[in-house]
Design a protein around this ligand. Sequence first.
Ligand code: FES
Ligand SMILES: [Fe+2]
Length: 381
Amino acid sequence: MESLQQIIESYDPGAPLENAWAIPAPWYTDSRLYDLELKTVFGHSWQFAARSAQLLESGRYVSTEIAGEPIVLVRGSDQKLRGFFNVCRHHAATVMTEAEGHANQLRCPYHGWTYSLEGELKGTPDFAGVCNFERESNGLAPVAVATWEKWAFARIAQMETSGSGSSPLDLSLPDFLGPTLVKQVQTLGLAALHWMERRHYIFDCNWKVFVDNYLDGGYHVPYLHKGLNSVLDYSKYMIENGEHFCLQWSPLVSQGAEAETGAVRKGERALYYWLYPNFMINYYDGLMDTNLVVPRGVDRTEVIFDFYFPDVTDAAERTRNRASIEVGQRIQEEDVAICKSVQRGLCSSSYKAGRLSVRREGGEHLFHRLLHADLVRGLAQ
Ligand code: FES
Ligand SMILES: [Fe+2]
């Protein structure tokens, strides 16, 4: 059996796109590689954790999971947003068990320990007489949080400030996003959009199969998504790589558009932003959805879609918005089937790795190189 190191080294990140191969099949099927990714990629990157709108007032909290670890984000009495491991310092129970809500303090449901909104340990019932126990050092363990546009991100690994050899994943959120992406997204005016609905999709594939599919520069669109294809100008589809992100965009056309899709995908162009490793922003003039790709196993992936619209209060608008979500739903179903098919093929003894289209698959090339660099670093740690 190949060692994990051999599997990682079997990818050549130095090859230019025209000579490059995609990452080899075992990267999608080997559980050791999957475990390393959780630790080193998902554990060290800024991960989408909540919508900022869920955390506006002091006492509002959102609980979630990053790299399999329970996390809670809370707005403190001082208005500061903080993140913590959602793990009780007594016997490790999950402290906040609802997905979101409002609380005056954080109370563990197991033995009733309480923490302030700032994470300090306050109440410890029946704990008198315990020696060498310092309340001050038993607050909830913090995680870094930062916000960008409509979202709060969290990072569970402690920042390493050591200079050389430290990962780009050790960058602050603004540095990781970079000024180009920040500026581009700023021009979209996302403040005018409001969240309406969340949907979850389960894919029977490795998380990277979904990301590859997303980043293939529209390559699969004419074959797999006939409706979507009818509104995109496929020949003008553009792919622009940043340092840690890829923008794919396409002009939208109305002539010849399939009715259902054409009705909800209007405007100048569609923008598809991918942020390494697992967050996507899909923007069509005046509406948006985001995708969060959550690994649930080496061959299982949950993709969480959040849908945003300019008007989410008016009943007629909501009906129109829902029609747009339904079009998205059909596209997802088409992708669910192909991703499962790819995962099955990746397990075939006949398949080792594939080549990349120079015209279409530059985004995947960026993804694979970033991932390779992080896995090499993770292996060395
Ligand atoms: S585990 Fe939280 S109070 Fe005991
Ligand atoms: Fe697709």
